[in-house]
Design a protein around this ligand. Structure first.
Ligand code: ADP
Ligand code: MG
Length: 340
C-alpha cells in the first residue's frame, strides 16, 4: 500500500467544458477521504479515473511510485488492486451470501483454505458471519449492501472507491451503514475514497474531506478543520448549516469574528464588500442583539429551527428550545462568524 497521488488531473469529454480540471490531491495511505461536492462537479469522473474506467486527458495518477495513468497510458482496472462500490449493487440472486462474496476469488483462481479464510474474514468485517448460507433475497437492504461491500474487500484491495453508496437508503439504514463503513475502515486499514454530495455524511465518516466544485479541488482538510475554517463561499455554503451575509468589512478573509466585531457590520459599518458565514448554532435568540423577525420555524423534536430576517432583510438561521412562530420579532446575537 502507498499514498495515492493525483497530479493536475483533467478529463475533457469534448462537451465544451472539462468535467475535471487541474485536480491535484494526495490521499494518504490508510486514510478515509470524502470527496464532497454538488451534483455534476466531477466526483464520479475523478473516481472512475482512479479506478481505471476512464483515461485522463491530462495529469497523472500514481500509487506510491507506480504510475497508474496519465494521458498516454493507463493501467487496466484489474491490475490496480482497487475495488469500486457503486450506488446500485448487483448480487447474484441464485448464489448464497458466501458464494457472492467469494466470487472475485474464484475468478482469480483462489481455492481451498485460502478461499474459505478470506470469505470468512470479509464476512466478519461487515458482521455477516451468521448469514453466509442465505440468499440475497432473504436479507434486508442494509445487509445486501454489506454483502456487496464484503465482496469488494475479499480481494484485499489497496484502495476502496465508493460512489455515493448510501444515496438510495433511508436515514436509519444510512446511519447503520455509516457505522459499517467506519468499522470496516478501521479493521481493514485500506485507503478509502468516498464520494458524496451529503456534507453530514462526509463529516461523520471521513478522516479527510476534499471539497470540489466545477471540476476543481477547493479545499482538503480534516472534518473539524474544514468546519472551523472553510475557504471561500462555496466550501462555507456546503459545510454545516448556516447563512452567508453580505456586509462591508475591512477585515482580511479567513478570520473569525466575534459579536463585538459583528454588531457594527450589521449596523452598516463601512469597508469593502465582504461575506461572512454565520452558522446556525452561533445565532442566539434574545439579549442585547439586533432586531430580527421570524420568517419560518420548523419543529425538529428537541428544538425549533428558525429562519430570521435581519433589519436589512438578510436571512440567518437559529435554533430555539422554546417555540417560535412566524412573524414574531426578537433580538438576536451572533456569537461568532467566519469572514469568508
Ligand atoms: P458528479 O459525480 O459530481 O455528479 P460527474 O463526474 O458524473 O459528476 O460529471 C461531471 C460532468 O461531466 C457533468 O457535467 C457530466 O454531465 C459530465 N460527464 C460525465 N461523464 C460523461 C461522459 N461519459 N460523457 C460526457 N460528459 C460526461
Ligand atoms: Mg456522481
Amino acid at each position: 500500500m502507498a499514498k495515492l497521488i493525483l497530479n493536475r488531473l483533467a478529463k475533457d469529454f469534448g462537451t465544451g467544458r472539462p468535467a475535471v480540471n487541474g485536480f491535484s490531491l494526495d490521499v494518504r495511505e490508510g486514510g478515509f477521504l470524502a470527496l464532497l461536492g454538488p451534483s455534476g462537479c466531477g466526483k464520479t469522473t475523478v473516481l472512475r479515473m482512479v479506478a481505471g474506467f476512464e483515461t485522463p486527458t491530462d495529469g497523472s495518477i500514481h500509487l506510491g511510485e507506480r504510475l497508474l495513468a496519465d494521458a498516454a497510458q493507463s493501467l487496466p482496472p484489474e491490475r490496480r488492486n482497487m475495488a469500486m462500490v457503486f450506488q446500485s449493487y448487483a448480487l447474484w440472486p441464485h448464489m448464497s451470501v458466501a458464494d457472492n462474496v467469494g466470487y472475485p476469488l474464484k475468478v482469480r483462481g483462489i481455492k481451498g483454505d485460502a478461499y474459505r479464510r478470506k470469505v470468512e474474514e470479509a464476512l466478519a468485517a461487515v458482521r455477516l458471519e451468521a448469514y453466509a448460507d442465505r440468499r440475497p433475497a432473504n436479507l434486508s437492504g442494509g445487509q445486501r449492501q454489506r454483502v456487496a461491500l464484503a465482496r469488494c474487500l475479499v480481494t484485499s484491495p489497496d484502495v476502496v472507491l465508493l460512489d455515493e453508496p448510501l444515496a438510495n437508503l433511508d436515514r436509519h439504514l444510512k446511519q447503520e451503514m455509516e457505522e459499517t463503513f467506519r468499522e470496516f475502515h478501521q479493521r481493514s486499514g485500506a485507503t478509502m475514497i468516498y464520494v458524496t454530495h451529503d456534507q453530514s455524511e462526509a463529516m461523520a465518516l471521513a478522516t479527510d474531506v476534499a471539497v470540489m466544485s466545477e471540476g476543481k479541488l477547493l479545499q482538503v482538510a480534516s472534518p473539524a478543520e474544514i468546519y472551523a475554517r472553510p475557504e471561500g463561499r462555496i466550501v462555507g455554503g456546503l459545510i454545516g448549516r448556516g447563512a452567508i451575509l453580505s456586509v462591508n468589512c475591512s477585515m482580511e478573509a479567513n478570520r473569525q469574528l466575534t459579536w463585538d466585531r459583528i454588531a457594527p457590520l450589521l449596523a452598516g459599518a463601512d469597508g469593502p464588500p465582504a461575506e461572512i458565514l454565520v452558522r446556525q448554532e452561533d445565532v442566539m435568540i434574545g439579549g442585547e442583539g439586533v432586531p430580527a423577525r421570524v420568517v419560518s420555524s420548523l419543529y425538529e423534536g428537541e428544538r425549533y429551527a428558525a429562519k430570521l430576517a435581519l433589519a436589512d432583510s438578510q436571512i440567518v438561521r437559529a435554533f430555539s428550545r422554546t417555540p417560535v412562530s412566524v412573524g414574531e420579532s426578537m433580538n438576536v446575537v451572533i456569537r461568532s462568524a467566519w469572514r469568508l
